[in-house]
Design a protein around this ligand. Structure first.
Ligand code: BG6
Length: 518
């Protein structure tokens, strides 16, 4: 592991580095070697996310010392071409301030072109990887940055031609993991016929976000929350994902999935599990995932009555892209009924949560960018303050501007005895100055090097997640359910507020969290 670099690593990175070092040392105490292979190296995900993530790990001295990177794709390119495609997505400062380190990073890279169904091309890939394996232990990480149509062929070819002979092989895959229970089961059966579960890393990048990881710390590291974390005290939980932009030319891909498959069934459901699960026996990946899957098993299928679907229209009052609605995107099929917004009320039938609605809300082209978890507590019993008491809320702001705050009632300072809403506020930017927050992908890729599956989705979780949503998705498609229309830049369809209020969520509109000034 390289430690003497010209860019100072942050304390967080150093802590991670130490953990990584411990986990990676081999039994004979030699340094292991790694090859990180990106399949789909010429695509968008690779250039915008995967290469920049590997660079960030390298920059912070978190990439193990003996690591090579090999890109594989159909296009006839060279490693230099990959460099020029990736460079615009690296931080400008890094390129200007550390040109030698950037050169050193790209010198670790190779590129092989070949067909995804070409067995002989995978043999060629294997010989390139083998030629880079100079250490006694040589491990391989395959990142499938590929469309799902080639998942099966590519994984079969890896198994046939490209498995590590002197170390482990791990496969990282991105959603979509199927589009319903049946297709997901087919993919899982295929993968499990080739690899063991501990070799498969299903990425849900929300699990790599700081505040999502913080949920466990808040819940199980504090005495104050445990006793009130239940149906007696909590009225509802709202897990929101809002984006202020539309599908932006990605409409073709998006249209065949829709917002439920794109965000709700994975990112939001994973967060729900972390909010609702029982305390795991230990913090090991298996113990945590055992608890998450129990939550999912207690959930009923989502019913059409408990969901609001929306699709954005253009907003003539706004500028630029916002003037165009979803159906104006030329990559979207004419008359598409695909939802770009959905709010679902989910229920967990167990002793802790019976009757408490968990609202999952996600949408594109809304009024703001925000992902948060909002726990709304029940009313104060026997209010002696002339009904001034508003409900307490614990809010975990995932992004942007990570924060945890508790909304509470306080006496208005001064002579009068009135109550007002205020907050106990832990805003990260003001509490932790000069914080370098690693990107979700950085943590997750490092986890794969270390063999930690805590933040990856296990196959039984996936089965349950699809069980909860498949009947609904089929019904929506079969009955051609029409989404309600909402304007680009609005809060979404009005029906969503009606549903949350019908199920007991209270919105007062009297309080707005103000981001503290630094
Ligand atoms: C992806 C979805 O999984 O998450 C996208 O496919 C969405 O539609 C993205 O925009 C949001 O991720 P983040 O990290 O920007 O919140």
């Amino acid at each position: 592991m390289e430690t003497n670099c010209d860019i100072p690593a942050s304390p967080q990175c150093i802590a991670l580095l130490r953990e990584t070092l411990e986990l990676l040392e081999t039994k004979d105490h030699s340094e292991p070697g790694f090859t990180f292979i990106i399949l789909g190296a010429s695509g968008d995900l690779a250039k915008k996310k995967i290469y920049p993530t590997l660079w960030a790990l390298y920059r912070d001295n978190l990439l193990p010392k003996h690591t090579s990177i090999v890109g594989f794709a159909r296009s006839n390119l060279t490693a230099a071409d990959i460099r020029s495609r990736v460079t615009p997505y690296l931080p400008r400062n890094d390129i200007n301030n550390h040109p030698e380190k950037v050169d050193a990073f790209f010198s670790l890279n190779q590129y092989v072109s070949g067909a995804y169904d070409g067995l002989e091309d995978f043999a060629k890939l294997n010989s390139v990887i083998s030629s880079l394996e100079t250490m006694p232990s040589a491990n391989r990480l395959y990142y499938l940055a590929l469309p799902p149509t080639v998942f099966a062929t590519v994984t079969s070819n890896i198994k046939e031609q490209c498995m590590a002979l002197r170390g482990w092989t791990r496969i990282i895959i991105e959603k979509p993991f199927g589009r319903d229970s049946e297709s997901s089961a087919l993919l899982s059966a295929h993968l499990s016929s080739l690899f063991k579960e501990e070799q498969i890393y299903r990425i849900d990048h929300y699990l790599g976000k700081e505040m999502v990881q913080n949920l466990m710390a808040l819940r199980f590291g504090n005495r104050i929350f445990g006793p009130i974390w239940n149906r007696e005290n909590i009225a509802s939980v709202m897990i929101s994902f809002k984006e202020p932009f539309g599908t932006q030319g990605r409409g073709g891909y998006f249209d065949s999935f829709g917002i439920i498959r794109d965000v709700m069934q994975n990112h939001l459901l994973q967060i729900l599990c972390l909010v609702a699960m029982e305390k795991p026996v230990t913090t090991s990946g298996e113990d945590i995932r055992d608890e998450k899957v129990k939550v999912l098993r207690c959930m009923e299928e989502v019913k059409l009555d408990n969901i609001v679907l929306g699709q954005y229209t253009g907003n003539p009052e706004l500028e630029g892209e916002a003037k165009e609605g979803y159906l104006d995107d030329p990559t979207v099929p004419k008359g598409s009924l695909t939802a770009t917004y959905a709010l679902a009320a989910c229920f967990i039938k167990n002793e802790r949560w019976d009757g408490v609605p968990f609202f999952l809300r996600c949408g594109k082209a809304l009024n703001e960018r925000k992902a948060e978890v909002r726990i709304q507590f029940r009313d104060v019993a026997g209010d002696i303050f002339n009904e001034q008491c508003k409900r307490n809320e614990l809010v975990i702001r995932v992004q942007p501007g990570e924060a945890v705050y508790v909304k509470l009632m306080n006496k208005t300072p001064g002579m009068a005895f009135n109550l007002e809403e205020t907050e106990l506020d832990l805003t990260y930017n003001s509490r932790y100055k000069d914080l370098h927050m690693p990107d979700a992908y950085e943590r997750l890729i490092l986890d794969v090097f270390c063999g930690s599956q805590i933040n990856f989705v296990r196959s039984d979780e996936l089965v349950e997640a699809w069980r909860i949503f498949t009947p609904l998705l089929h019904k929506i498609e079969k009955e051609k359910v029409k989404p309600s229309l909402y304007k680009y830049g609005s809060r979404g369809p009005a029906e969503a507020d009606e549903l949350t209020q019908r199920l007991g969520f209270k919105f007062y509109g009297t309080y707005k969290w103000v981001k503290p000034q630094l």
